[in-house]
Write a protein that binds this ligand. Structure first.
Ligand code: IPD
Ligand code: CA
Ligand code: CA
Length: 259
């Protein structure tokens, strides 16, 4: 199955690369910060057309075109461009994120770092690869020596879950904080040991389905803010190399405010 997922990722990536920096149409999804471009839609069509043609009985949960057949044994969870704001502004940090679930469990996932031409892929029980080579999370156990990453949801002005208070303390206790604008790529860099920790609130299934598997198969840990095992519907993720997870959870618990 992973070969199909990788193939679709590359096909969608070509569409995105061709569209990058061109004069594409942009629409708003409810607010001036929440964008969708015609390239998001084109990329999603390439992915869903492939799935419908090759696996007509499978379900689809996709960001831009919605869902179909979610009770099927196999369901594909698709973010056609993760990092649309980056894409719209010409910043080349954009991912294609495709996860495949069987009976509600993610069995395969890829994130294609399009403009770097790097394919991250994982299959349940088989580890995580970057352009075909195995990768692992970092070994660092000291949050003071950690490079962390986060993202902000489109409703950050409402400060959901006290996300801003959590951010401020994480900045103070870590070596550095980054905000790349693509959750799926945050997971990739965690999986290969570049980042030691990543957390974010208000994420959607398509932002995290593939990324969770990439991190877990690379030896990392992904939970929700309560410390429970990850789920694609959890909305919040805390994700680490295991060693700094408790330090991150302490910060989160000090500031977390349930909605
Ligand atoms: C967004 C990115 C961003 C994250 C937002 C997501 P989109 O996805 O992953 O990093 O902070 O919460 O919505 O809209 O570019 O697919
Ligand atoms: Ca996304
Ligand atoms: Ca998207």
């Amino acid at each position: 199955m992973i070969d199909h997922v990788i193939k679709i990722g590359y096909e969608a990536g070509s569409v995105i690369r061709e569209g990058f920096g061109t004069d594409f149409k942009i629409e708003f999804k409810g607010s001036v910060s929440n964008l969708v471009t015609e390239i998001d839609k084109k990329s999603e069509k390439v992915i869903t057309d492939y799935i419908k043609k090759t696996f007509p009985t499978h379900g689809i949960l996709a960001e831009e075109s919605g869902s179909s057949n979610l009770d099927a044994e196999y369901v594909w969870v698709i973010d056609p461009i993760d990092g649309t704001t980056n894409f719209a502004h010409g910043l080349p940090i954009v991912g294609v994120s495709i996860g495949l679930q069987k009976n509600g469990k993610t069995i395969a996932g890829v994130v294609y770092h399009v403009m770097n031409d790097v394919m991250y892929a994982a299959e349940l029980g088989s580890g995580t690869t970057k352009n075909g080579k195995k990768i692992r999370v970092s070994e660092n156990s000291d949050i003071a020596k950690s490079l962390l990453v986060t993202g902000f949801p489109y409703d950050i002005a409402q400060n959901p879950y006290n996300a801003l208070e959590i951010f401020v303390e994480m900045v103070k206790i870590s070596r550095g904080m980054r905000r790349l604008g693509s959750a799926s790529i945050d997971f990739c860099y965690l999986a290969e040991g570049v980042f030691d920790g990543f957390w974010e609130v208000n994420l959607q299934p398509w932002d995290i389905c593939a990324g969770i598997l990439l991190v877990e198969e690379a030896g990392g840990l992904v939970t929700d803010f309560a410390g429970s095992p990850s789920s694609i519907f959890a909305k919040q993720v805390v994700c680490s190399n295991h060693h700094i997870h408790n330090s991150m959870m302490e910060v989160i618990h000090r500031h977390f405010k349930a909605e």
